[in-house]
Design a protein around this ligand. Structure first.
Ligand code: ATP
Ligand code: MG
Length: 568
């Protein structure tokens, strides 16, 4: 491709609307253009990267025995009513109606459509197992689209669905996809981890996520230093401390804490550490608001809390008026002593003694509070996020936390959808049996952002080789005045293209500095500079995007080096 014919527009300035580096670089390098909130066009350079991702995904899915198909993006409401998700899926679902006022949605995922196909097409156990996949545009009306294509509203997903006769078959299909996903992310050249995960809206029994590791990742992932345990923080379990509380050494006292509504303010005022206090969050309940009781330095875990009996899902903080009505106290001073509402105590509160908490009176806290004396020792539950250094499940090691970007998610759905939609086959005994289903997603467009988040420097993108939109960029110096340079550049371009490399020839009449800056910004792995001076010595200047300096190589040596890169 000749730059002059490629229509690429790069930007020098960092676009103000982009918060994170991948989004900034994608706009600056001309990979994407924003149409409106969470909706982007993929420009030719960006589309080349998508095609690279898709090709690897397709190859590995096909290799794993999955069958490519294509389902409609627009889906009738009736199917979603059958599964119960028309209402359950919430505002993420983009609903619309046709000229006859029939309701439809733009598919955010395709469990309903594929199960409808399965119930019509699959009759006998002899047709199983089967694995269908597609690469297709999805729409989710995200509450806060951000980070460019990483959390967009319209995006491309690879989604696969397996159907098996029994749980054992499902386990095998699931492990097959686990292996295919591991192969895909390895081949993409990304550093990733697989973690246990919550099944969220999709439902089902078991799920795991694939995360690209990056400091800017939206998700916290937790892993053990002694074994293979790894989990999204959403589902990482905490246990009850092995030892109970120490004996009380202080007496219960009510102390004035004027204006101190936060744990930090109370701790500063009383000269205690946050982990010597208890805090209360009042959240919406199914009937009445519910109190969640945590150690002062811990954070509530929404996924765990919203599964507790009586707690509304999704977890929502009660508004101040509801808090006042339920607790009889001003927010900021509420404590568990004498609080007449449903309370859930986190495990980590179980071994506290002589602690501080709100006294259910404005500007007042208790100090020296002890279970068994000032309030009953509660049954505790798992309510909080794991923190760095917590014990691993089983207690043999400690947990670390890293940031990740979820690029893939695999689920064992079991019979959730086949039961709702009545998808059965005849077993070998001639009896009707519900299909066991799995569902497997990869965020194709999110991968592009995640790859940049993991691979960039101050000058721009550094594509992992398998994702690069071009393998080589040729930068001729003074091409428009030197026939020697122009002829050599054209010849090298042709030779490398013939060898199967994807080559970008920067044939613009522009200063070398401009060309170098753009080549670095768009992140092409190999760069060749063609100049009169170099050609005089039969040399080309070569630099890999990851190298700090260029090298002069004999022309043949440079071209052979690049050709060998094409083979690998
Ligand atoms: P998230 O937790 O990030 O909202 P999810 O768990 O809802 O994602 P899944 O239903 O598991 O998403 O979808 C499969 C894959 O599709 C995800 O692993 C992710 O890579 C991708 N994906 C989901 N939502 C988006 C989005 N808004 N923008 C881009 N990619 C997305
Ligand atoms: Mg997910």
């Amino acid at each position: 491709m000749r730059y002059s014919e490629f229509g690429l527009t790069t930007l020098k300035e960092v676009p103000a609307e982009a918060e994170i580096v991948s989004h900034q670089l994608m706009l600056r390098a001309g990979l994407i253009r924003r149409l409106t909130s969470g909706i982007f066009s993929w420009m030719p350079l960006g589309l080349r990267v998508i095609r690279k991702v898709e090709a690897i995904v397709r190859e590995e899915m096909n290799r794993a025995g999955a069958l490519e198909m294509l389902m409609p993006a627009v889906q009738p409401a009736e199917l979603w009513q059958e599964s119960g998700r028309w209402d359950m899926y919430g505002d993420l679902l983009l609903k619309m109606s046709d000229r006859n006022e029939r309701d439809f949605c733009f598919g955010p995922t395709h469990e309903e459509v594929i199960t409808d196909i399965a119930r019509k097409d699959l009759r006998s156990y002899k047709q199983l197992p089967i694995n269908w996949y597609q690469i297709q545009t999805k729409f989710r009306d995200e509450i806060r689209p951000r980070y460019g294509v990483m959390r967009s509203r319209e995006f491309i997903m690879k989604d696969a669905y397996t159907f098996d006769l029994d749980a054992e078959g499902l386990e095998a299909s699931y492990q097959n996809m686990h292996a295919a996903y591991s192969a895909i992310f390895s081949r993409l050249g990304l550093k990733f981890r697989v973690v246990d995960a919550d099944s969220g809206e999709i439902g089902g029994n078991r799920s795991q996520e694939f995360h690209v590791l990056a400091d800017s990742g939206e998700d916290a992932i937790v892993f053990s230093d002694v074994d293979n345990y790894a989990s999204n923080i959403e589902t990482a379990a905490t246990e009850c401390p092995a030892q109970g509380p120490l004996k009380p050494t202080q007496k219960l006292e009510k102390v004035a804490t004027p204006g101190a509504k936060s744990i930090e303010a109370v701790a500063n005022m009383l000269g205690i550490a946050a982990n010597q206090s208890i805090k209360i969050l009042i959240v919406d309940g199914i009937e009445q608001p519910v109190a969640l009781v945590l150690r002062g330095d811990h954070e509530v875990n929404a996924v765990k809390a919203q599964k507790l009996p009586g707690v509304a899902s999704p977890l929502t903080m009660a508004d101040p008026a509801a808090v006042r009505e339920a607790s009889g106290c001003e927010p900021g001073y509420i404590g568990p002593v004498g609080l007449g509402m449903t309370m859930y105590f986190d495990h980590a509160t179980a071994n506290l003694s002589d602690f501080v908490c709100g006294a259910n009176e404005v500007d007042m806290h208790y100090t020296g509070v002890n279970f068994g004396r000032d309030l009953d020792a509660p049954e505790t539950v798992d309510l909080r996020n794991v923190v760095e250094g917590d014990p691993t499940p089983g207690g043999k090691g400690t947990l670390s936390i890293a940031r990740g970007i979820e690029v893939g998610h695999i689920f064992q759905l079991g019979t959730k959808y086949s039961e709702a939609l009545g998808a059965t086959v005849l077993g070998s005994d001639g009896k009707e049996q519900l299909l066991e289903m799995g569902s497997y997603g990869i965020g194709i467009t999110r991968i592009v952002g995640a790859a940049i988040e993991q691979n960039h420097d101050d000058n721009g993108i550094i594509w992992p080789d398998p994702l690069a939109p071009f393998d080589v960029v040729i930068v001729p110096i003074n091409m428009h005045r030197s026939d020697l340079v122009r002829e050599a550049a054209d010849a090298i371009y042709a030779e490398l293209a013939d060898a199967g490399l994807e080559v970008l020839l920067d044939d613009r009449d522009a200063r070398p500095g401009v060309k170098f800056a753009d080549a670095e910004l768009i992140g092409i792995p190999h760069r060749i500079v063609v100049s009169d001076r170099g050609l005089g010595n039969d040399e080309l200047e070569y630099q890999h995007r990851r190298d700090t300096e260029s090298r002069n190589l004999k022309r043949e040596e440079a071209l052979n080096l690049l050709k060998s890169a094409a083979v690998t």
